[in-house]
Design a binder for this molecule. Structure first.
Ligand code: GRG
Length: 304
């Protein structure tokens, strides 16, 4: 009798499931425990992070690290991005911004803990993101600084926060230009997705690999535009229960989206073109890109 065992390759869903579990475990370790003071704040931080979500950004960081593997652990970089992303969702949901009641299938942070606490939760998660980078890569200051630089550039006033500012200002603009809409999406959505990929590569790569890092970043920008297009399509077509957040929220606020601006068909075309662009970039980068290719394909066809 043969003693050899044939291992069945894991499906994409199984790999995603396992990686999400590892991401959740790492977040659990990194977050202050719910019973440490101030408990109200720490419980509220955990409410928003543990509500889940797709964990797309950390999945991208882990997948990009496969393109440039190293001894260094990409997980702290992955969860730092997720902490920063969750802060942006908590603040985006506030009454002063999108005024949302539902996020990740749960009542939003301010609905449960109050507005002042939700502001502090966002502040604390933003700060924690950089603390994780400083603590976890302390033995490699070059990597630590490169990661902090990548994340701060993506999150600052010229990218994520600036995109959010212009998005809010555009609510009062009856006919924003197509270029403005695209620039908002590049900053509000694509910059952090591109940084998620870039940081996965930066954990392994060195300064001299700049061209490689730039190609990964560009792939992330294409992915970000595709992601936003799918997000706008889902906002217009899906049910709240499927999305885990309020559906039709953008249109009901009079917000300009790719669907309200270009119509559903053209939004679908943009989603498909931008996804193809990201996939072509990923294939041309090569290396151990099988999981990332599958992730990009899944994003293009996602239903939530
Ligand atoms: C408050 C500085 C600041 C920024 C807010 C996050 C954000 C910027 C706005 C949210 C509105 C929105 C629909 C943005 C576009 C795409 C996006 C970031 C969607 C949410 O990301 P997902 O779908 O969320 O990955 P999960 O919950 O799965 O992590």
């Amino acid at each position: 009798m043969s003693t050899s065992t044939t291992s069945v390759p894991s499906s994409f869903e199984e790999v995603v499931q396992r990686r999400r579990q590892r991401i959740d475990d790492a977040l659990d370790q990194a977050l202050p425990s719910a019973d440490s003071p101030p408990t109200h704040l720490h419980q509220a931080m955990r409410h928003s992070v543990e509500a889940g979500g797709k964990r797309l950004r950390p999945l991208l960081t882990l997948a990009a690290h496969k393109l440039f593997p190293s001894e260094r652990n990409p997980m702290p970089a992955a969860i730092a991005v997720e902490c920063l992303h969750t802060y942006s969702l908590v603040h985006d949901d506030l009454p002063a911004m999108d005024d949302s009641d539902l996020r990740r299938g749960q009542p939003t942070c301010h609905k449960v803990y109050g507005e002042a606490t939700a502001i502090l939760v966002g502040d604390a998660l933003l700060t924690l993101a950089f603390q994780i980078l400083a603590d976890s890569y302390a033995s490699d200051p070059v990597a630590s600084v490169a990661l902090a630089r990548s994340l701060s550039q993506a999150a600052g006033s010229q990218q994520l926060i600036g995109g959010q500012m212009d998005d809010l200002l555009a609510e009062n603009d009856p006919e924003p230009a197509a270029e403005l809409l695209s620039s908002i999406h590049a900053r509000k959505t694509a910059a952090l997705l591109a940084a998620s990929l870039e940081m996965g590569a930066l954990v392994g790569a060195r300064g001299e690999d700049r061209d490689f890092i730039d190609r990964i970043h560009a792939m992330g920008i294409s992915l970000g535009h595709a992601f936003q297009a799918v997000d706008d399509i889902l906002d217009a077509t899906a049910e709240s229960a499927e999305l885990g957040k309020s559906a039709d929220q953008d249109a009901s606020r009079g917000k300009c989206t790719l669907v309200t601006f270009h119509g559903l068909d053209q939004a679908r075309k943009i989603a498909s073109q931008r996804s193809e662009e990201a996939l072509a970039a990923c294939r041309s980068i090569g290396g151990d890109n099988a999981f990332l290719v599958q992730l990009l394909e899944w994003l293009a066809s996602r239903g939530h």
